[in-house]
Design a protein around this ligand. Structure first.
Ligand SMILES: *Cc1c(COP(=O)(O)O)cnc(C)c1O
Length: 231
């Protein structure tokens, strides 16, 4: 059986190969190892293999693991409730899941109090799915602009979770739409908006996402194995 360290290296290699296949520099693609539901010992194996950016979708999990894993960078990738913002502004480097102005205002307020600035990505519900968070594609630009007015927020790009499809090729259309949205906003060169990152692609579809322009991929299962939500 392969170890978590082996899995991490294998995913890293697949990311690089996908980049090279489409003529991109592998160095421009960031791999976020999604460690949700996984324990510190498992996560440490990935860190020892080279993972230095960890993604979690729950505030409580970051709080629980933070002190045990010094020196890594944490990204919050799941839906964030305004009442939990205060617990993580001093712990995470980037919030991928900005989905309302109200949340942006709370992040700004808590960052001001903590004396930090936060990198954020606006989450887009590209498939228009009822079950998913994120703003509608046509609302993304306005949220970027509104968030960019807040002094302690740095708008850094867009994020999406594509609809679940059996064949990863079927996710391509969504990634392509995201990339178009990203490129369109970037081309406008708005003040205080640095369209640097397009975060999309997970275990099932990260290679297709890279082919369509992702420069952050968030991979959990392929590194850590299946999640057990019952524990
Ligand atoms: C869980 C999760 C991932 C990783 O999913 P895998 O399919 O396990 O790679 C990526 N992004 C978000 C927002 C997630 O919640």
């Amino acid at each position: 059986m392969s170890t978590i360290g082996d899995n991490y290296l294998e995913v890293k290699k697949r990311v690089e190969q996908a980049a090279l296949r489409c003529g991109r520099d592998p160095k421009e693609i960031t791999l976020v190892a999604v460690s949700k539901t996984k324990g510190v010992e498992e996560i440490r194996q990935a860190v020892e293999a080279g993972a230095h950016i960890l993604g979690e979708n729950k505030v409580q999990e970051i709080q629980a693991k933070y002190d045990e894993l010094p020196g890594v960078e944490w990204h919050l990738i799941g839906h964030l409730q305004t009442n939990k913002v205060k617990y993580i502004v001093d712990k995470v480097k980037m919030i991928h899941s900005l989905d309302s102005l109200k949340l942006a205002q709370e992040i700004d307020r808590r960052c001001a109090a903590a004396g930090v600035a936060m990198d954020v990505l606006v989450e887009v519900n590209i498939g228009g799915e009822e079950s998913k968070s994120g703003v509608a594609p046509e609302e993304a630009e306005v949220l970027c602009l509104e968030a960019a007015k807040l002094p302690n927020i740095r708008v850094k790009g867009l994020m999406t979770v594509a609809p679940v499809v059996e064949n990863p090729q079927d996710a391509r259309v969504y990634f392509r739409k995201m990339n178009k949205l990203f490129v369109d906003i970037k081309a406008k060169n708005y003040d205080n908006i640095d369209m640097a990152y397009l975060s999309m692609g997970m275990t099932h579809d990260f290679e297709v996402a890279i082919e369509e322009g992702a420069n952050i991929v968030r991979v959990g299962t392929a590194i850590f194995g299946a999640r057990n939500y019952a524990v």
